[in-house]
Design a protein around this ligand. Structure first.
Ligand SMILES: Cc1cc2nc3c(=O)[nH]c(=O)nc-3n(C[C@H](O)[C@H](O)[C@H](O)COP(=O)(O)OP(=O)(O)OC[C@H]3O[C@@H](n4cnc5c(N)ncnc54)[C@H](O)[C@@H]3O)c2cc1C
Length: 442
C-alpha cells in the first residue's frame, strides 16, 4: 500500500514499542494510512541512538549505485532490496528534504545532512508526527508481556495486551496490532539493550544470536602500548585480510589503538568477516602495510642508508615516516636490538615485514560496545510486510531484525526502510482483516 493511502474503516489502535528511527518510520507510515498510533519508549526521550549517530555527522545513507548499495547487506541483500524499493537511498534524501533538511554527498560518497547533525531532523520529524496525531509515551519500558486477547468475533480478530513498567508500576495497554522496533543490543545506555531476545525466544520466534557488528577487536597489547598509545590513530595504513577464503579485503584508511586492541572505520569495514573467522578458528590475522605510500623496494633502499649514530627510531622516522604508535607496533613483536640489527644487516627483510605486518585479533569486543548488532529476529519467520508468522498482528522492524551491514549510512537506511515496510505491512494486513470481517458480516 503506498504511503498516504488511507485505509477505509480504519479503527485499529496500533502500539509501536521503540521510538528509534525504525519505530518512528513505522509510525509515519501508519499515520499516513489513517491509523491511531501510540509510540512507547523506555527512555525519557526518543531517538537517542539516532542523536548519537548525529555526533559523527549523521551518515544517513550512501550515494553509490543501487546495486553496490544492496550488496552491502551480504546474505540478506535480496530481503533488504525489497525494503529499499519502498524507501531507498534517494527516497530517504527526499524524505529528509520534506522535513526541511537538505543533504549533501561527502567525498567518500556518504550522504549527510548539511548541518551534520541529527537533532534538527529528529525535532522536525517528531513535530510533524505529533501534528498528525502521534501520541508519545516516554519512560514506558515494555516488560516483555505480550499476550493475545481471546477472539471476540467470528473473524477471529483479537487484540494484544502489552505490559509496561512506568515509574516503578506495572501498566497494561490494549491494542489491535503491535510494531516492535526495539533496536539491537549495542550501546544499551541509549535504550536498546537486547532484553527482548529471550522474551521473543520464549514466544517461539525464530532468532539468531545477537553478535557485535561494526566492532573493535582485542589484540592483547603490552602494558607499554596501552599506557603510551591507547587512543592513537594508526594512519595512513593499508589493512588486508583474506584468511577466511572469502576474497581479498585490501583497503587504505586508518584505525585507532585502544586499551584492548583496535577499532575504527577501516576495521568496521571488515569486522563481520573477522568476527566470523574468530568464531570458526579462535583468532583472525590481519596484515598491515605500515608504509602504504612507498613500495617495498624503495622502502628497503631507504632503510639501508647508513644510520651512523642515529637511533633506530630516528632512522625509521626519517626514512620511512614510521614513528610513535607505528614504531610501538613494531616493538610489539621485535625487540629494539633486533630492529637495529635488521636495519644494519637485513633492511630488505625489515621492509618486507613493515609492508606486511601481521596482527592477530583474539576476540571481537562485546555487543554493548559495537556500533551495531548482527542477529535478531530471523527474516524467515516474517512475512513480506514484516509480520511475525507465528504472532499475527505483531510486526518487527529495524536493527532487531537479523541483517547486518557496514557503516556508511547502510544501517539507518535499512532501519528506516524496514520501519516503513512494517507500517505499510500492518496497514495492508488490517485492511485485509477489515475486508474479511465485512464479507463474514454479509
Ligand atoms: C556511535 C554510533 C554511531 C552511529 N552512526 C551511524 C551513522 O552515522 N549512520 C548509520 O546508518 N547508522 C549509525 N549508527 C547505527 C544506527 O544509529 C542504528 O542502526 C539505528 O539507530 C537503529 O535504529 P532502530 O530504530 O532499529 O533502533 P534504536 O535506534 O536502537 O531504537 C530502539 C528504541 O527502542 C527502545 N527500547 C528498547 N527496548 C525497549 C523496551 N523494553 N521498552 C520500551 N522501549 C524500548 C529504545 O529506548 C530505543 O529508543 C550508529 C550507532 C552508534 C552506536
Amino acid at each position: 500500500m503506498p504511503a498516504g493511502t488511507t485505509v477505509p474503516g480504519w479503527s485499529a489502535q496500533v502500539a509501536i514499542v521503540g521510538g528509534g528511527p525504525a519505530g518512528l518510520m513505522a509510525a509515519e507510515a501508519l499515520l499516513d494510512a489513517g491509523a491511531s498510533v501510540d509510540v512507547y519508549d523506555a527512555m525519557p526521550t526518543l531517538g537517542r541512538k539516532f542523536l548519537l549517530a548525529g555526533k559523527g555527522g549523521l551518515n544517513l545513507t550512501h550515494s553509490e549505485p543501487l546495486d553496490a548499495f544492496i550488496s552491502r547487506y551480504g546474505s540478506r541483500s535480496s530481503d533488504v532490496a525489497r525494503w529499499l524499493q519502498v524507501l531507498g537511498p534517494q527516497a530517504l534524501r527526499e524524505w529528509a528534504q520534506s522535513l526541511g533538511v537538505t543533504t549533501f554527498v561527502g567525498t567518500s560518497g556518504r550522504v549527510f545532512p548539511s548541518e551534520m547533525k541529527a537533532a534538527p531532523l529528529l525535532r522536525a520529524w517528531l513535530h510533524r508526527l505529533r501534528g498528525r496525531g502521534l501520541r508519545v509515551h516516554a519512560r514506558h519500558r515494555w516488560s516483555g508481556e505480550l499476550a493475545r486477547e481471546m477472539p471476540t468475533d467470528a473473524a477471529g480478530d483479537a487484540g494484544w495486551l502489552l505490559g509496561f513498567e512506568v515509574a516503578g508500576a506495572h501498566m497494561q495497554v490494549r491494542c489491535d496490532a503491535v510494531v516492535l522496533a526495539l533496536g539491537g543490543g549495542s550501546w544499551p545506555q541509549l535504550g536498546s539493550d537486547g532484553a527482548w531476545w529471550p522474551v521473543l525466544a520464549s514466544l517461539g520466534v525464530a532468532l539468531a544470536p545477537l553478535r557485535p557488528a561494526n566492532c573493535g577487536f582485542d589484540v592483547g597489547w603490552s602494558p607499554w602500548m596501552v599506557s603510551h598509545h591507547a587512543g592513537a590513530p594508526i594512519k595512513p595504513v593499508r589493512l588486508m585480510f583474506d584468511g577466511d577464503g572469502g576474497g581479498r579485503f585490501d583497503r587504505p584508511g586508518e584505525f585507532v589503538v585502544t586499551a584492548t586492541g583496535i577499532e575504527g572505520s577501516l576495521v568496521y569495514a571488515v569486522a563481520a568477516r573477522l568476527r566470523d573467522q574468530i568464531e570458526r578458528a579462535g583468532s583472525a590475522t590481519i596484515v598491515l602495510d605500515l608504509v602504504p605510500g612507498m613500495d617495498e623496494q624503495t622502502l628497503a633502499t631507504r632503510l639501508a642508508r647508513g644510520r651512523g649514530a642515529r637511533s633506530w627510531t630516528n632512522h625509521l622516522r626519517e626514512h620511512a615516516g614510521v614513528s610513535g604508535v607505528k614504531a610501538a607496533l613494531l616493538r610489539e613483536r621485535l625487540d629494539a636490538p633486533v630492529i637495529g640489527q635488521m636495519l644494519a644487516q637485513a633492511p630488505a627483510e625489515l621492509a618486507r615485514q613493515m609492508k606486511a605486518w601481521p596482527l592477530t585479533l583474539r576476540a571481537p569486543r562485546p555487543v554493548a560496545e559495537a556500533i551495531s548488532t548482527a542477529g535478531g529476529v530471523m527474516l524467515e519467520g516474517l512475512d513480506d510486510g514484516l509480520m511475525l508468522r507465528g504472532l499475527p498482528g505483531v510486526f518487527c522492524a529495524g536493527e532487531m531484525l537479523d541483517w547486518e551491514a557496514p557503516t556508511g549510512g547502510y544501517l539507518l537506511t535499512a532501519c528506516m526502510a524496514s520501519g516503513r515496510v512494517a507500517g505499510q505491512g500492518l496497514a495492508a494486513w488490517w485492511q485485509h482483516r477489515a475486508a474479511l470481517r465485512a464479507t463474514m458480516a454479509r
